[in-house]
Design a protein around this ligand. Structure first.
Ligand SMILES: C[S@@+](CC[C@H](N)C(=O)[O-])C[C@H]1O[C@@H](n2cnc3c(N)ncnc32)[C@H](O)[C@@H]1O
Length: 471
């Protein structure tokens, strides 16, 4: 089937995530999608070819990063070019379906404000269009849009636009969904609760479909369960931290002294009407998975700890010969923890995904990197997991995190070990904290306390020598 050109007007952030999100959604829905220039990710207008309006509607029913989609009628650098193209389309009767329909023409400038009078002039210049219906500014049958693109910097906008596009509005994307899941109004949040827009995008990169089973092995406050539950999956999670899962950690909201008794992942799912998608959350260590070998998941969507705002720990003992837990101690036993290196975390995650994903299932996770040591060859890999997406979110001048998506393409070979570049990961933490990042949470706390004590001594010494000089 011949494809038709559409204009996608994208939202103005997470620019590197747009094309991967669109590709992932189109592939999941089995829709043919061709980018005119997939490398052009900076400016807000993407040109794509699709079969028809229905394909566009299906894709935008999932995407967060496309604001709206338009059937493109003309593109050029001057209004003369646009009018020439439109006039030749009139000869082909291009708006015949809308001849008697109500309509409007909207003019948008990117990086430049177009005055009311200028807009009116642009609209009046289309008076030759074969439209006999009434003008209707709200909810017309036909909404035509003229976009003028003046570059990305409003302070350096040129006199004439770089590009002009003219098209018919087809549908809007799902960005508005994010306000519904705003962390501001969410019942239960923590210091690392995932931004709702990113949680929904993660569900798209994981190609989550209604009825899928999705696990987050580092579930925390369950933001990613909300993202996947929204797309119709049955969701479950595990976390090592009993206090987090039971809503007993210190509140993270400013001015909140105590957590409400009903703060929990479950309460969040109820708050959003996703209760019927919720399987459960269980206290469990990702390093010691509790699942039967034959558990099969459609997707694993997760944000492991990077050791910045939460500790990277697993159950274990530093003793050469750990003491056994006796029968009567089992109920009240709280296992001790040891450091869980970032390299180990990601190796375990890849191994777990290789074992428990369905063929075709997806693993989606965040991966912290230092920009200077980064190259694609150093990313985690395992031959049964094929890399599908790798989108960067910059955190600071030196560091970023990457949203990675892999598809399981075959069963794993038992002898193969995942490749994870522990050095690259260690570099990330060291850069963030300096040498203080080494060791367990207690050891880091001790280092911080020692530094504080030393500073206090110095202050006391300075104060007493100042008062001696004064007396
Ligand atoms: C970045 S947070 C996840 C935040 C979560 N996405 C949310 O929206 O709240 C990482 C989580 O991993 C948990 N975690 C750390 N080590 C773990 C382990 N060994 N096994 C399971 N969970 C662990 C932490 O308790 C923390 O809740």
């Amino acid at each position: 089937m011949a494809l038709t050109r559409y204009l996608l007007w994208c939202v103005n952030d997470l620019v590197g995530f747009r094309v991967p999100e669109l590709r992932s959604v189109a592939a999941m829905l089995g829709i043919q999608l061709r980018f005119q220039d997939p490398e052009e990710t900076e400016h807000p207008y993407l040109l794509v070819d699709l079969e028809d309006d229905e394909s566009a509607r299906k894709i935008l029913s999932r995407t967060l990063l496309v604001r709206s989609c338009f059937r493109l009628y003309a593109a050029g650098q001057s209004m003369a070019e646009i009018h020439r193209q439109i006039r030749s389309l009139i000869a082909q009767d291009f708006l015949s379906a809308y001849r008697e329909a109500s309509f409007r023409i909207q003019v948008e400038g990117f990086s430049k404000t177009i005055s009311f009078q200028e807009k009116l002039d642009r609209v009046n210049a289309f008076a030759y269009l074969p439209l006999k219906g009434p003008v209707k500014l709200k909810d017309p049958d036909l909404s035509l849009h003229l976009f003028e693109y003046y570059g990305l910097d409003p302070n350096r906008a040129p006199e004439e636009p770089y590009r002009i596009f003219f098209g018919r509005w087809v549908c809007d994307g799902q960005r508005k969904q994010t306000s519904k899941y705003s962390l501001k109004d969410r019942k239960f949040i923590g210091s690392t609760s995932m931004d709702p827009c990113l949680a929904l995008i993660m569900g798209n990169l994981a190609q989550v479909k209604p009825g899928d089973i999705v696990l987050d092995p580092f579930v925390g406050t369950g933001s990613l369960l909300i993202g996947s539950g929204h797309w119709g999956a049955y969701v479950l999670g595990t976390d090592i931290d009993y206090l987090t899962l039971h809503g007993k950690t210190k509140p993270t909201r400013y001015n909140q002294e105590f957590r409400a008794p009903d703060e929990s992942v479950e309460a969040n799912m109820k708050q959003y009407g996703l209760w019927n998608r919720y399987l459960d959350v269980v206290v469990s260590d990702a390093a010691l998975p509790i699942w039967r070998r034959n558990l099969r998941l459609d997707a694993i969507v997760t944000d492991p700890p990077y050791g910045i705002r939460e500790a990277t720990e697993k159950i274990g003992s530093k003793r050469h010969k750990p003491r056994p837990v006796l029968g009567h101690q089992v109920k009240s036993h709280i296992p001790s923890r040891v450091q869980y290196g970032l390299g180990e975390i990601y190796k375990d995650l890849l191994r777990f995904a290789a074992t428990h994903l369905e063929i075709g299932g997806r693993l989606v996770f965040w991966y912290p990197v230092n920009q200077d040591g980064y190259c694609e060859e150093r990313l985690p890999s395992l031959s049964c997991l094929q890399l599908r997406a790798n989108c960067e979110q910059v955190l600071s001048v030196h560091s970023s995190r990457r949203l990675m998506a892999y598809t399981k393409i075959k069963e794993p070979e038992s002898s193969e070990e995942p490749f994870v570049d522990a050095e690259l990961l260690a570099g990330f933490r060291d850069r963030f904290f300096g040498s203080a990042a080494k060791g367990t949470r207690q050891e880091r706390k001790k280092t911080v306390n020692e530094k504080r004590q030393k500073r206090l001594h110095e202050l006391h010494a300075q104060l007493s020598s100042a008062s001696e000089e004064g007396s």
